[in-house]
Design a protein around this ligand. Structure first.
Ligand code: PAF
Length: 249
């Protein structure tokens, strides 16, 4: 069976963890590298997206990829694009801040699945809302989530981190600090207060949202919610950072 690891390139250790997981499942691991214009609501973002193809090939191969596929635009979108609509899980948070983003993601993921026809596909938990929306596509492809890989100070690995200034980089683990401080709080209200207070101390961080949600439907969690998750997004130096963590023991 083949396993697909879809990426937009600028690979790092987080992607390598996805590829290694794929390799544990299969001898055939396809890594796709395609910067999908449909998921960039701001056209200037796509021009800023880092492109490191030689290094990508090296890192993917080292992690165990058996095929690295860098399709051209026309291969993914020949003729008129049939845009898919993401599940309503995509209406809030990332979806609200980045209109059309998740429709672009499900459209490209569907095309990648149509072309590669993998049995399974691997995605990072770092983009937790994306992962849940891809699950909700109800495709016959098995969807597997892999835990977030972090820097020494807790910052989630992301291709965007290299755009942070030196001081921005030092502040950027505020999201991780807020989530770990709140994780074992006895109630949602206390956990939320800890998150808000931690974030407010970092003046360089412009918060977009910082909430604790029910993983099943992205509604706000209550104390009786089974699986609660903190999801946080914001900007430092104009660079968008997002992260999440399961709350509770
Ligand atoms: O998470 C990403 O890198 C992208 O959203 C994905 C899943 C490769 C689709 O373009």
């Amino acid at each position: 069976m083949s396993v697909l690891v879809p990426t937009m390139g600028a690979l790092h250790k987080g992607h390598q963890a996805l590829i290694k997981r794929a390799r544990m499942l299969s001898k055939e691991v396809v890594v796709s590298i395609f910067i999908n214009p449909l998921q960039f609501e701001d056209p200037t973002e796509i021009t800023k997206y880092p492109r490191t193809p030689e290094r990508d090939i090296e890192l993917a191969t080292l992690a165990g990829a058996t095929e690295i596929w860098m399709p051209e635009y026309e291969e993914i979108y020949p003729g008129e694009i049939k845009k898919l609509k993401a599940s309503s899980l995509g209406d809030s948070y990332e979806g609200a801040s980045r209109p059309g983003h998740f429709d672009g993601v499900v459209t490209v993921v569907n095309r990648l699945f149509e072309i590669v026809r993998p049995q399974a596909s691997i995605f990072g938990e770092k983009d937790f809302q994306q992962l849940q929306i891809i699950h909700a596509m109800k495709s016959p492809v098995e969807i597997i989530g892999v835990p977030t890989v972090r820097e020494y100070d807790g910052l989630a690995l992301s291709s965007r981190n290299i755009r942070l200034s030196q001081s921005g980089r030092m502040s950027a683990n505020v999201i991780y600090r807020a989530m770990t401080a709140a994780r074992l709080a006895p109630t949602i209200a206390i956990a939320q207060e800890i998150i808000d207070t931690t974030i407010s101390t970092e003046i360089g961080f412009k918060c977009d949202y910082a909430v604790i949600i029910d993983e099943a439907d992205f509604s706000l969690a209550t104390d009786s919610t089974k699986h609660k998750r903190a999801i946080i997004a914001g900007w430092i130096d104009g660079v968008r950072l997002i992260d999440n963590m399961r709350m509770g023991a």
